[in-house]
Write a protein that binds this ligand. Structure first.
Ligand code: PBG
Ligand code: ZN
Length: 324
């Protein structure tokens, strides 16, 4: 059938029908909110390249998490900013590290909030790399032990889901083994499986003070030119025991989200990263785009690409809008 018998506009005229025929929907339960916790800070301080986002001190954290929960967001992922950094990133796996303290506080106050632990070293190392370094090389296998220790310490602190973001080879198997051995075989892993070496992480690195002190992350994070390689990365992580696989960033990599969703029958997460947030906020602040509609359209596009879960700095606001 073709025009004039077939008229696609017939289904677009009535608002109720448009709504009924929506193929994809965003839900509050899709959203994960990333939060920065800073050791030694009292109250909060704004992150200049992410207007509307803050670093939180332990004293201010419970109120903010409660507010996020009241917005309808059920999950947070916690990033730590330690007072002391060293070569081995020891605060990443310290029993009383800033993230471990934050988790204990949240768990005690709000046991129903799902706590996700980002496992990496870059926020904790003096050189800012995600692994141990020797000269200018980022060492793989020696790093696995440290990541495993970080994962177990977060599990002990109350993490409900472990999310390794380092991109070392073999880390999922190592962390899975370490968690199992420590009595946490029930804790799932959400792996940053296809994480690209992206310029969109700029504002995050300012927020967390985690920019590499020398070189860049291209020897461990993926080349933006590659798509098949993402499927190989995901396959490895699934075979090593990942329960949820993540693609990161989201917007510039929606084709990867779709390929991963189609190929693997796995829950897929996508991370709308700091630079994606900053772009929307900057354009909106200038009055160049409709802020709310752009945020919701962007989140919906990530869902449509195949993501089950979306990590987004817009989570609390989006959750409120979804309720309206
Ligand atoms: C650290 C990490 C990064 C992000 C999440 N975990 C940055 C990086 O790889 O430098 C980026 C998140 C964002 O940009 O919002 N491994
Ligand atoms: Zn890192």
């Amino acid at each position: 059938m073709t025009f004039p018998q077939m008229r696609p506009r017939r289904l677009r005229e009535n608002a109720v029908l448009r709504d009924m025929l929506s193929e994809n929907r965003l839900a509050k339960s899709d959203l994960i909110y990333p939060m920065f916790v800073k050791e030694g800070l009292s109250g909060s301080e704004p992150i200049s390249s992410m207007p509307g986002q803050f670093r939180w001190g332990l004293d201010a954290l419970p109120d903010r998490v409660a507010e996020v929960s009241r917005c309808g967001v059920q999950a947070v992922i916690i990033f730590g900013i330690p007072q002391h950094k060293d070569e081995e990133g020891s605060q990443a796996y310290a029993e009383d590290g800033i993230v471990q303290q934050a988790m204990r506080i949240i768990k005690k106050d709000m046991p129903e909030m799902l706590i996700i632990g980002d496992v990496c070293l870059c926020e904790y190392t003096s050189h800012g790399h995600c692994g141990m370094v020797s000269g200018r090389r980022i060492l793989n296998d020696p790093t696995l032990e440290l990541l495993s220790a970080a994962a177990v310490s977060q599990a002990r602190a109350g993490a409900d889901l472990i999310a390794p973001s380092d991109m070392m080879d073999g880390r999922i198997a190592a962390i899975r083994h370490a968690l199992d051995s420590a009595g946490f075989d029930h804790l799932p892993i959400m792996s940053y499986a296809a994480k690209y070496a992206s310029s969109y992480y700029g504002p995050f690195r300012e927020a967390a003070g985690s920019a590499p002190g020398f070189g860049d992350r291209r020897s461990y994070q993926m080349n933006p030119a590659n798509s098949d390689e993402a499927l190989r990365e995901v396959r490895l992580d699934v075979e090593e025991g990942a329960d949820i696989v993540m693609v990161k960033p989201a917007l510039a990599y929606l084709d990867i989200v779709r390929r991963v969703k189609d190929r693997f029958t796995m829950p897929v997460a996508a991370y709308a990263v700091s630079g994606e947030y900053a772009m929307i906020e900057a354009a909106a602040a200038n009055g160049w785009i409709d802020r709310r509609r752009t945020i919701m359209e962007t989140l919906l596009s990530i869902r449509r690409a195949g993501a089950d879960l979306i990590l987004t700095y817009h989570a609390p606001e989006a959750a409120v809008w979804l309720d309206e």
